[in-house]
Design a binder for this molecule. Structure first.
Ligand code: CA
Length: 448
């Protein structure tokens, strides 16, 4: 069972002293997982845990004497180049390893002598995707995002009638998901202006980001065996930051009747660190459905889900233009929101996804959908912040944006904070837009 335990104690400190800084994303109460190696080395990738400004090399830890039993079985899988086997083990194993690491990393722990040789400085590592992502499903759980985007695409009918009944999602493309630092070319495709007779081909002119949470699945379910709502959290390994890049002009032309296709499948970026659901227990919060809205159908409703189905995670989006980067400016903040505003919970997403018998597998990824808050300034995309491209945003250096320009870097951060509990951070996810591939652009010119 997921519950508060001694690993969450706010008074715990670590002999890795950088973890004791109050602003650190990675105190001893967090212990998130990534796949890493020393930057530019020929080493094998393996699992690591973040502690302060260090990465604890779990492959190295597996050769020490700190673990036994379940945590030792868990450590054995951490020598793999992906977390899939570890994710498939389940909560008992994850929890046992978390407890062993928490004890061994504490101030005064006798394991310090053995583990201090297993640390690698975080600024000396490189990451790759934490797991092989078999399937990726993108949900649409922010009613504020769905309503404001719906009003841009369909002014007379912004929120479709199924929205308040069904955790809407579509099956996305897993092959083009990469880890933070992913740089991708501006996509080309078909677009059609509302007043044009026919579509044209060329580079996307309305490139956007989507501020989302990524949800990694742990143990799966057998085909035909749905996961019940109150068991769903046993099937969730953890959460990361997720940018679901979107080509709005391509999307507007292609999305009906079957939903987004090439407007979303060219790139999506995850943060390297996955924060486990267990680390987030102090931040579980009530799920509230307005009394005037339809209440969830029985398979999507339970006391547990209403009491602690939501998670209060602060999310923020920043932009660094090429001009800002060259001038040495800091990234400009575009917006901030919280995952607690989500209209559907993670457990509802899992229960709904499997209710038809669909099987999930370890390492599958859910996108939460763009997490826009109730206020317009809390929007999680440029589409919303610029009113559909009609109201340009002015950056601190005077540049303006309706959508993304070549050379723009988008950076998301996420964190949980409240009195009486340790800050739990997600680090960051960032990626940069490169110009459209020259040969494709040239082909577009000939076409015109
Ligand atoms: Ca999305």
């Amino acid at each position: 069972m997921l519950a508060l335990n001694e690993t969450h104690d706010v008074n715990l400190t670590s002999w890795v002293t950088s973890a004791n800084n109050k602003n650190s994303d990675f105190p001893i109460q967090n212990l998130p997982f990534a796949i890493f190696r020393r930057k530019g080395s020929g080493e094998s990738f393996r699992a690591g845990v973040a502690i302060g400004n260090q990465v604890l090399d779990l492959a190295a830890v597996s050769h020490t004497s700190i673990a036994s039993g379940l945590s030792s079985e868990a450590l054995e899988t951490c020598c793999d180049e992906t977390l899939n086997r570890f994710m498939g083990l389940g909560l008992e194993h994850w929890s046992s390893l978390r407890s062993a690491l928490s004890k061994a990393l504490r101030t005064g722990a006798p394991e310090e002598a053995e583990l201090s040789g297993c640390l690698v400085a975080m600024d000396e590592v490189e990451y790759r995707l934490p797991c092989q992502i078999g399937d990726y499903t993108d949900f649409y759980t922010s009613i504020h995002h769905a309503t404001s985007v719906g009003s841009l695409f369909r002014p007379d009918n912004p929120l479709l009638p199924n929205y308040k009944w069904v955790p809407i999602g579509y099956h996305g493309r897993a092959s083009s998901i990469d880890v933070s630092g992913q740089n991708f070319h501006r996509p080309c495709g078909q677009t059609k202006a509302p007043d044009a007779d026919a579509p044209s081909f060329g580079p996307c002119k309305r490139l956007d980001y989507e501020l989302e949470m990524g949800i990694f699945i742990g143990p799966g379910n057998a085909p035909g065996e749905p996961i019940a709502l109150d068991q769903a959290d046993q099937h969730v390994f953890g959460l990361c930051l997720f940018n679901d890049w979107s080509a709005r002009d391509i999307q507007a032309w292609e999305y009906q009747p079957l939903g987004p296709f090439l407007s979303k499948s060219f790139a999506s970026t995850v943060s390297p660190w996955i924060v486990t659901l267990e680390a987030l227990v102090p931040y579980l919060t009530s799920f509230e459905r307005p009394a005037s809205d339809p209440q969830p159908l029985p398979y999507l409703d339970s006391r547990k889900n209403r009491q602690q189905g939501s998670i209060d995670i602060q999310l923020s989006a920043h932009l660094l233009s090429r001009q800002m980067e060259q001038a040495g400016d800091s990234p400009a903040k575009l917006s901030q929101s919280s995952f607690r505003h989500s209209y559907w919970t993670i457990n509802q997403m899992v229960a709904h996804h499997t209710v038809n018998g669909c099987n999930l597998r370890p390492g599958d990824l859910f996108g939460s959908g763009t997490q826009s808050g109730p206020d317009p300034e809390e929007a999680g995309s440029l589409l919303e912040l610029s009113g559909g491209g009609k109201k340009p945003l002015t950056l601190p250096n005077g540049e303006t944006r309706t959508f993304l320009e070549d050379g723009d870097t988008v950076i998301f951060t996420g964190w949980c904070e409240k009195a009486g509990h340790a800050r739990i951070g997600f680090g960051e996810v960032q990626a940069t837009v490169l110009p459209a591939q020259a040969d494709l652009s040239a082909r577009a010119d000939i076409g015109e």
